[in-house]
Design a protein around this ligand. Structure first.
Ligand code: NAP
Length: 205
């Protein structure tokens, strides 16, 4: 068993992963004194039934390339391997069972995703098992987010921390559009991920 006292799950589609995600994870590690951050690319997100999401294999491999240089970061294929839709409750429960009573759990994700948290499966149980770190990007309406969190029942709201991340001005959507429009994506994401995108012809349309 590890000696980890504080662990975070970094949940996202990572389509593709970029420097905004990496800066957010490193900032959370620093602020919340995390021993490990596990990047968990989502497998089959229930809320994206109508959107085309890039094959999980590509998103998983790009995430591995991106985190390779940071000894505190790891990638977990837990959601990719699980059959059916990916629910945060199943992922958090698996981590909880693995590190039970030994480590405190955090779930880092984008503030936009947190605004939908009441629609997540078993949200009350989720907030018993972990604390949430909502990473905001420039342009996020902090007042709105704070108002939203204040209106939540205490046992949910008190488990959500806001973390401002200026580097999240970078977005996966923008990167996908840039590739499709033959524009540069240099310095928005690790070079190895950029090369992977080119080599595999991702995001051409
Ligand atoms: P998303 O709609 O792709 O992302 C929402 C926003 O948050 C986007 O602006 C995104 O920016 C940003 N973002 C996503 N992950 C981030 C991260 N780890 N750090 C910083 N910013 C991040 O949301 P999603 O990726 O599908 O979902 C986020 C997480 O919530 C996933 O782990 C997902 O499984 C979970 N979730 C669970 C449920 C459920 O259990 N029912 C429902 C919804 C979401 P970019 O586009 O630049 O990444």
């Amino acid at each position: 068993m590890s000696n980890f006292k504080r662990i975070a799950i970094m949940g996202g589609t990572f389509d593709p992963i970029h420097f905004g995600h990496l800066v957010a994870a490193e900032a959370a590690r620093d602020i919340f004194k995390l021993d490990r951050v596990f990047f968990v690319p989502s497998g089959n997100p229930p809320h994206k039934k109508n959107y085309p999401v890039t094959d999980a294999k590509h998103r998983y491999l790009m995430t591995n390339l991106a985190v390779a240089a940071n000894p505190y970061f790891e990638v977990s294929s837990i959601e990719i391997e699980r059959e059916g839709y990916s629910y945060a409750i199943d992922t958090v429960t698996e981590f909880y069972n693995r590190y039970k009573s030994q480590a405190e759990l955090f779930f880092i994700t984008g503030a936009d995703a947190i605004l939908e948290i009441l629609t997540w499966k078993n949200v009350e149980r989720l907030t018993e098992l972990c604390r949430f770190i909502a990473a905001t990007r420039p342009g996020t309406h902090l007042d709105e987010l704070l108002k939203f969190i204040k209106k939540l029942p205490d046992k949910i709201g008190k488990k959500i921390h806001i973390m401002e991340v200026p580097a999240l001005a970078i977005s996966s959507t923008d990167i996908r559009q840039r590739v499709a429009n033959h524009r540069t994506i240099k310095y928005l994401l690790p070079e190895a991920v950029e090369q992977y995108i080119v080599k595999n012809g991702l995001y051409q349309t």
